[in-house]
Design a binder for this molecule. Structure first.
Ligand code: 8YV
Length: 314
């Protein structure tokens, strides 16, 4: 019998991670299994680790089926899809990949803001489709110097604010607590923040406490010149309200990396001319994904070596 620990992988990782993981562990690939229940049942008593992705997480139901489970290692910073309460109660360790993806996610927030405000995708089509030869493109919206509301002033929020400062933007933010270490204006009421901002950038953690926190009232307050950017979780925005607001031009536009039902997003989103959509790809650079995969692998290795975890959540 092999001495390699058994790991259940919920979703695919890049090849470079798979090579290393398959050398160290017996890897069970749930996403490839024709019958997932059967795969879990066949190895339920020997699987000691789950390697998952931020958006896939690990439910209590799944963890309950694995009595030998010791650790859930998440390829992503957001652990909202992992049942942390169940893990805590059952002494299951949890790790994530903070810091290494912060810069890329913040870059994407700025990229989406520029794409929506300056209509970069539409301008690209304008040139390719030969419409430029028939006249000038309609004018667009400036980003520099605007008032921006950052919704969630954690690692990503602070990195977004730092970038916006270089655009001479006035930065205000909403969070559950004031960040005394940062020079930006704290606005503890989200509707109030939206009223006072031209752009809102959502960087909150997902989960019950932030579910649909950006609702119809927030969108109304953002108003017809306002732009919403979401690089957090689809769950933080009431997507039904957002769709109505975009269709009725209650707000000017939105840049979205995340959605309620990924990857099978609402068809109504696809026909909007005032939204720029991304496939949950804010951290999707080779550089960052290499660092994320290494953290997952290093956390698993630390666990099985009995040494301190590098980036523990629990
Ligand atoms: C990743 C994420 O796209 O960090 C997170 O929480 O959602 C993203 O960085 C995802 O985890 C990769 O699957």
């Amino acid at each position: 019998m092999s001495t390699k620990p058994e790991v259940l992988m919920i979703g695919a990782y890049p090849t470079w991670d798979m090579v290393d993981l398959e050398a160290r562990y017996i890897v069970h690939k749930l996403w490839e299994a024709a019958d997932r229940d059967r795969l879990i049942e066949a190895h339920r008593s020997t699987i000691r680790a789950i390697a998952t992705r931020g958006e896939l997480g690990a439910s209590a139901d799944l963890m309950k089926r694995l009595p030998a489970l010791e650790i859930v290692s998440c390829y992503g910073v957001g652990t909202d899809a992992i049942d942390l309460a169940h893990a805590r109660t059952n002494g299951i360790r949890v790790t994530n990949t903070p810091d290494v993806l912060t810069a890329d996610v913040a870059d994407m927030a700025i990229g989406l803001l520029l794409a929506v405000a300056r209509k970069i995708p539409q301008a690209d089509s304008f040139v390719r489709e030969g419409r430029w030869t028939k006249g000038n493109m309609p004018l667009v919206t400036r980003v520099t110097g605007k008032t921006v509301g950052v919704v969630g002033m954690g690692r990503v929020g602070a990195a977004v604010a730092k970038r916006l400062a270089a655009f001479d933007c006035e930065i205000r933010y909403f969070d559950v607590v004031r960040r005394a270490d940062l020079p930006y204006a704290f606005v503890p009421n989200l509707v109030e923040l939206a009223r006072r901002a031209e752009f809102l950038i959502v960087t909150l953690a997902g989960g019950e406490s932030t579910k649909a926190i950006v609702n119809a009232s927030v969108l109304d307050a953002l108003g017809p010149d306002g732009i919403l950017i979401n690089v957090s979780r689809g769950s933080t925005v009431d997507e039904t309200a957002l769709l109505s607001a975009l269709e009725a031009k209650v707000i000017k536009g939105a840049g979205l990396d995340v959605f309620w039902n990924e990857p099978n997003i609402d068809e109504r989103l696809k026909v909007l001319d005032n939204a720029v959509l991304q496939p949950h790809h804010a951290s999707g650079t080779t550089e960052t994904r290499c660092a994320m995969g290494k953290l997952v692998r290093d956390n698993l290795a630390a666990h099985f070596a009995g040494v301190t975890l590098i980036t523990p959540v629990l």
